[in-house]
Structures are given as structure tokens and as C-alpha cells.
Design a protein around this ligand. Structure first.
Ligand code: CO
Length: 176
């Protein structure tokens, strides 16, 4: 075989392997999508409350739950209290400041109500890419630092069955 022939057949061989690999990859990813991120636990359910001290007292004194201190989260416009449950947490939310996102909600729901759920993911940026590809809008382009000092992003309730969904990045090791 001439040098040219050897090169040509090597190229042909390489190309067919590459095509086969690409084909295999495509059919595999159609059947079992290769994920770069995974969904974790329900981190918390958040409830907006008209009186956070009264709500905290109810969970602590009547239901006997362990509750956190009240924390001001000025960058989110809320005060938070976390109620610790065996399998998850409840986040009590109360408005902080003029432009609190909770105020509007409380104006419409005078006695308070469920505000959002928070799901854990192990890679928030990869999760956001996939959600964008599925036309699920996020509120803002970049994750913010959430109540636990970890990156969070909110998903548009209109794209999530009428429920405001918060994603929080929790490193995988923390799940175990
Ligand atoms: Co939350």
C-alpha cells in the first residue's frame, strides 16, 4: 500500500470509529440522559408568616420543635427562623425592609402561607443550564448566597406548576 493509501485508510478507520462512538453516545444519551448534576433532598419548605415570634413560639412551645434564632437576611429582604425536623426543615419568613419580596405575598395572604420549597442539587450551574434548555425560567441569571451560606437560585413559579422552587447547591458529601 502506498503511503497515501495507508494514511487514507487510517483516516477512514478513525472516522468510522469516531462516527460510531458519536452515534453510540447519542443513542445512549437519548435513552439514559447523562446528567452532570443530581437532585438531592427536600432542604426546606418556606412559610411566610405575619408574626414571626408567634409562629416560632408555636413550633417551639406547642409542637416541641427545635428552632433557630431569628436571622436578618438583608440581601433577601427577609428575617428567617429555621424549624428543625427529623427529615427536613421549615423556614419561617418575615419581611425585612421596604422592598421585601415577602410583603406582597403577605398582603395577599393575610394569615401567611406556603411561599416556596427548596430542593438540593449538587451542581447549581449545570442544573441551571439544563433548566434553561427546557425553558424553565430562573429569577435572576446568577445564584445568590442563600440562608445557609450556599448558592441558591429561584425558578419561576409559572414554569413550576404554580410553585416557587428554590434550588440550593449542597455538595454531594453533605447528603450522606
Ligand atoms: Co428558602
Amino acid at each position: 500500500m502506498s503511503t497515501f493509501g495507508r494514511i487514507a485508510s487510517a483516516v477512514k478507520c478513525f472516522t468510522s470509529v469516531a462516527v460510531r462512538r458519536a452515534g453510540l453516545h447519542t443513542s445512549q444519551s437519548a435513552a439514559v440522559p447523562k446528567r452532570l448534576w443530581e437532585l438531592g433532598r427536600l432542604n426546606h419548605v418556606a412559610i411566610a408568616v405575619p408574626d414571626i415570634d408567634k409562629a416560632t413560639a408555636m413550633y417551639r412551645d406547642v409542637l416541641g420543635a427545635e428552632v433557630s434564632e431569628k436571622h436578618a437576611q438583608p440581601e433577601h429582604g427577609v428575617y428567617t427562623v429555621f424549624v428543625k425536623l427529623e427529615n427536613t426543615k421549615i423556614e419561617l419568613l418575615y419581611p425585612l425592609g421596604e422592598k421585601s419580596p415577602i410583603q406582597n405575598f403577605l398582603d395577599k395572604n393575610k394569615s401567611g402561607g406556603m411561599h416556596h420549597i427548596c430542593l438540593e442539587v449538587d451542581n447549581i450551574h449545570e442544573a441551571m443550564k439544563d433548566l434553561k434548555a427546557h425553558n424553565i425560567r430562573t429569577l435572576g441569571d446568577k445564584p445568590k448566597v442563600g440562608a445557609h451560606g450556599l448558592p441558591v437560585i429561584f425558578l419561576h413559579p409559572k414554569d413550576c406548576n404554580g410553585t416557587l422552587v428554590e434550588l440550593e447547591e449542597v455538595p454531594h458529601a453533605d447528603h450522606e
